[in-house]
Design a protein around this ligand. Structure first.
Ligand code: NI
Length: 226
């Protein structure tokens, strides 16, 4: 299951990030690819954990930390420092599955990459190609979103970025460890939480909503890592 978060970043934040990225020192993206994926990756990245990546990543982490839909969907325990990439001149990243374990370049903390997030930083009209193709249990999804939108998807999915044949594609990407390791259980909890919230909106102070909400939290207590 994947989730689109519209307008995670506003136009002022996006303009600020794009201006900074235009002058940034980009490096070969293969530096952070695993041994097997390296041969199919032709993009550029900011050095992970660099001062610029940290500065630009903080507003993204702040926006996610208070986003109810992201929290409900990802149930995040830890989120890695955001990374930034650029595809241009036919650059692409063939089908791969991301490494399961990641070390945060800033804190040195190790996380299990349960959830992947990509935030699109420039508009789809700026470039041709650059679709994020995700294969998951719901079939193949093709994702190319307006600037500021994010897609959140399971870290265990096979995915690729198609060649960018005109213009450049800028994105931020990072991984989160979820309180719920199992993808299908996390999906059930998301559906349950969303349904409870819809019910609560429909009628105030419903005793059943209180009980359902209690059950949701008891499931989280029972199965969640902290
Ligand atoms: Ni990947």
């Amino acid at each position: 299951m994947m989730l689109v978060i519209p307008d995670l970043l506003d136009s002022a934040s996006l303009a600020h990030i794009r201006t900074a990225l235009a002058d940034a020192a980009w490096q070969d993206g293969r530096a952070t690819a695993g041994y097997i994926a390296r041969g199919q990756k032709t993009n550029q990245q900011l050095a992970p954990g660099s001062a610029l990546a940290q500065t630009l990543g903080q507003p993204i982490l702040d926006a996610l930390a208070q986003h109810p839909l992201f929290i409900s969907f990802a149930l995040p325990l830890k989120t890695l420092s955001p990374m930034f990439n650029r595809y241009m001149g036919g650059g692409e990243y063939g089908f791969h599955i991301d490494n399961a374990l990641r070390i945060d370049p800033v804190s040195g903390q190790r996380i299990r990459a349960d959830i992947s997030t990509t935030v699109f930083l420039n508009d789809p009209d700026d470039y041709d190609g650059g679709e994020l193709i995700i294969q998951d249990s719901y079939g193949t999804q093709q994702v190319k979103l307006p600037a500021g939108h994010a897609v959140v998807y399971p870290g265990n999915s096979l995915h690729k970025v198609t060649p960018v044949t005109r213009g450049e594609r800028l994105a931020s990407f990072f991984w989160s460890q979820s309180m719920i390791q199992d993808d299908s259980l996390r999906g059930i909890l998301f559906e349950l939480d969303q349904s409870i919230q819809q019910l609560a909106l429909r009628e105030e102070n419903l005793a059943e909503v209180t009980r359902l909400s209690g059950s949701y939290h008891n499931l989280l207590r029972r199965f969640g890592d902290v």
